[in-house]
Design a protein around this ligand. Structure first.
Ligand code: T4K
Length: 393
């Protein structure tokens, strides 16, 4: 930390224990351990076990979709879904996303073509897609970033017009619905992540959901080495299966689903009430209509109003044990494997670059009481005041 940051607050950290973005929810550990005991007693640990099947049914119900195919991670699910959809050559994705969205394509030799995003909610900009479409384009991936749904109607129109497959990375958007449309049933298929840091976790895990029967069958084969029967390999495949202990964790948290959402909403609302009194911090609101999981508390920093850059705010908070993050910095197009490709060398995506430089994600969820959010607000106000005094002096 620089002397400037130290000068702003100083002293002992405000919070004795670190507050993390993505602190895992553990749920009722007694119930989880009971399930684990059952799995061990049955000596059935993976390969289409009972817990995985129950988990798949319950996620399909939650997402209002016919099929859920559980996988070992969200990234494995993205990779397998990309293959099952027949993505090849080029697929258009937003540059502002977790790098797994891009890697899942590049890992199998499909080039992600990076598109700019909308300034309000940081989703792929449907109007910016068409100029990127070439004879090599085979698909589009929209990312429901921050747990709010992309403009699926506009993306579907573009995909239909050009005969492209449309997939959604719904890693942040389990349980989300707007205008009567549930995340899960959009596009050709959607992908959830149940990583430890997601509000509903399976330690590691993910799933593909779809209403397409044939695609679902193919996905089931592909996650299990392509086996369609004991001795019959119908497709190229890999090992993308979820194990029983992971599914047991997912089921335990599904039992507490409403409580998890309500705790997320309480924390989000506390930030939405607190941050307007902090100069230069503008929280990204969840709309009043629809259903959300409220996991992500995200704000944009206006340095001119705050007196502090986003990176200085992150440093100030970290010194107080509030481990806020600057997700998804610096944009996939600027990360080494992609920036080294000549198509992306020096590529300027103005909205992505601006957002990546100003966005801040706060620790949230049940680990924080509303009073803690008040203390975070006080740190931020004090830091902003001190920064202005230093600048004015
Ligand atoms: N698409 C999108 C849009 C995604 O956001 C993600 C994942 C994916 C696809 C891929 O899904 P998966 O293959 O992961 O299922 C984390 C997560 O690892 C990643 O799952 C997540 N997105 C991404 C947004 O965040 P990192 O590199 O930030 O993880 P890390 O280790 O820094 O942990 C984040 C915070 O959580 C830290 O403050 C520590 C805390 N933490 C973490 C773990 C694992 C804990 O307190 N306990 C834990 O067990 O990527």
């Amino acid at each position: 930390m620089s002397t400037a940051e130290l000068a702003i607050l100083g002293g002992e950290p405000e919070f004795a224990e670190p507050l993390h973005v993505g602190r895992p929810n553990l749920g009722d550990t007694g119930k989880f351990l009971e399930r684990v005991r059952g799995i061990l007693d049955a000596a059935w640990l993976t390969n289409d076990g009972r817990c995985v099947r129950e988990f798949e049914e319950r996620i399909a119900d939650l997402a209002h979709v016919e099929h859920c195919i559980a996988m070992s991670s969200g990234t494995a699910a993205l990779e397998i879904a990309s293959r099952a959809l027949g993505f090849s050559e080029e697929v258009i994705i937003p540059a502002f996303t977790f790098v797994a969205t891009a890697h899942a394509l590049m890992w199998q030799g499909v080039r992600p073509v990076f598109c700019d995003i909308t300034p309000d909610i940081h989703h792929i900009d449907p109007a910016a897609i068409e100029p990127l479409i070439t004879h090599r384009t085979t698909g589009i991936i929209g990312v429901h970033l921050w747990g709010q749904p992309c403009d699926a109607a506009a993306l579907t129109q573009v995909a239909k017009r050009h005969g492209l497959k449309l997939m959604f990375d719904a890693a942040h958007a389990l349980g989300v619905e707007r205008d009567g449309r549930h995340v899960g049933a959009l596009g050709d298929c959607e992908v959830f992540s149940f990583h430890a840091t997601k509000f509903l976790n399976t330690l590691e895990g993910g799933a593909v959901v779809t209403n397409d029967d044939q695609l679902a069958e193919k996905l089931r084969f592909m996650r299990n080495f392509g086996f369609s029967g004991e001795d019959c390999v119908a497709h190229l495949g890999t090992n993308g299966k979820m194990n029983e202990i992971s599914a047991a964790m997912g089921l335990t948290l599904l039992d507490q689903y409403d409580d998890l959402i309500s705790a997320n909403k309480t924390t989000y609302q506390a930030f939405a009430d607190e941050l307007p009194s902090v100069p230069g911090l503008h929280v990204i609101q969840y709309p009043d209509d629809g259903r959300y999981n409220y996991q992500h508390v995200v704000a944009m920093v206006d340095e001119a109003e705050s007196g502090l850059s986003r990176d200085r705010i992150v440093a100030v908070l970290r010194a107080e044990n509030v481990l806020a993050r600057r997700y998804f910095y610096p944009g996939c197009h600027r990360m080494k494997p992609y920036a080294a490709m000549h198509e992306y060398a020096g590529l300027h995506l103005p909205v992505t670059d601006d957002v990546a430089g100003r966005v801040i994600v706060f620790p949230a969820g049940p680990q924080l009481a509303p009073a803690d959010v008040g203390r975070i607000g006080a740190i931020l106000r004090k830091a902003s005041d001190s920064a202005r005094r230093i600048t004015d002096a």
